[in-house]
Design a protein around this ligand. Structure first.
Ligand SMILES: Cc1cc2nc3c(=O)[nH]c(=O)nc-3n(C[C@H](O)[C@H](O)[C@H](O)COP(=O)(O)O)c2cc1C
Length: 243
């Protein structure tokens, strides 16, 4: 690592934030400051996304009745029931298309970018809008299915209806992880949950058809007596493969 002093501090902060983040299942349930939750949600928006299309929305469940309905749809999990609030990540191609349109609209107005940056952004926005228009065509489905049957490595190709759902969900998950690290840095705790009834959650939030929910995040502060087992990770030599 470089000997720059600010780099050493940044690494220390990152390590502390990363280590502090645990999947917490017992929250104290106390209300959170709106400013804290907003800061964490906004930090999540800096997550990388495919083509910068940010094909997700972060649903912050502020309404008590909605929060309770979604908590119940999370199979009554402890984390969901005890959390101060919940964030549902909803993702779809439709949201990606909306991003592309607003990206282009932003570039059509005075925006402080120089000509070179404007040209670069326009090129990206056009390229990825084209991708989003072509990728769902049903003609992609048979070759995608054939390819992935014989070579499963292709099964995550971002084409066809289901390929695009995976595509949108993937970017949503980066936002989720960024959100949880941001929460940790802000003194909040989180628990990612995939144990939920997606249909019930979608109905509670009135999500349009075609939306997928890769993850629901419980947010709050861990109870002083919350039990956290020591972490276990498999041996590095198995997880990190060098070529
Ligand atoms: C995709 C995903 C789904 C998860 N779903 C649940 C869940 O439904 N309920 C739960 O209590 N924890 C859930 N977890 C949390 C994991 O159990 C937890 O991250 C793992 O045991 C490692 O513990 P740590 O996060 O404290 O290091 C999920 C984590 C991920 C990444």
């Amino acid at each position: 690592m470089s000997s720059q002093p600010d780099l050493a501090a940044r690494w220390r902060h990152f390590q502390a934030t990363n280590e502090h983040r645990r999947a917490v299942r017992d929250f104290d349930g106390a209300p959170l400051d709106d400013a804290d939750v907003r800061a964490v949600l906004e930090a999540a928006l800096l997550a990388p996304s495919s083509g910068n299309l940010q094909p997700y929305q972060l649903h912050w469940l502020r309404d008590e009745a909605v929060r309770r309905r979604v908590a119940e749809a999370c199979n009554g999990q402890r984390a969901a029931r005890s959390a101060s609030t919940l964030v549902v990540i909803a993702a779809s191609r439709r949201i990606g298309l909306r991003t592309a349109a607003s990206w282009r609209a932003h570039l059509d107005q005075p925006n402080g970018l120089d000509a070179r940056s404007t040209a670069w952004h326009l090129g990206e926005a056009r390229k990825f809008s084209r991708f989003l228009r072509i990728a769902p065509l049903c003609l992609w489905t048979p070759p995608r299915m054939l390819l992935s049957a014989f070579a499963p490595v292709y099964s995550l190709l971002p084409v066809g209806t289901s390929g695009l759902r995976h595509w949108a969900a993937r970017s949503g998950v980066y936002a989720a992880q960024t959100l949880m690290l941001a929460a940790s840095a802000r003194g909040l705790d989180s628990c990612p949950m995939e144990g939920f009834d997606a249909g019930r959650v979608a109905r509670a939030l009135d999500l349009p058809r075609g939306t997928v929910i890769p993850i629901v995040i419980a947010l709050g502060r861990r109870r002083p007596d919350a039990r956290l087992e020591p972490r276990w990770r498999r041996p590095r030599a198995d997880a990190i493969v060098e070529h």
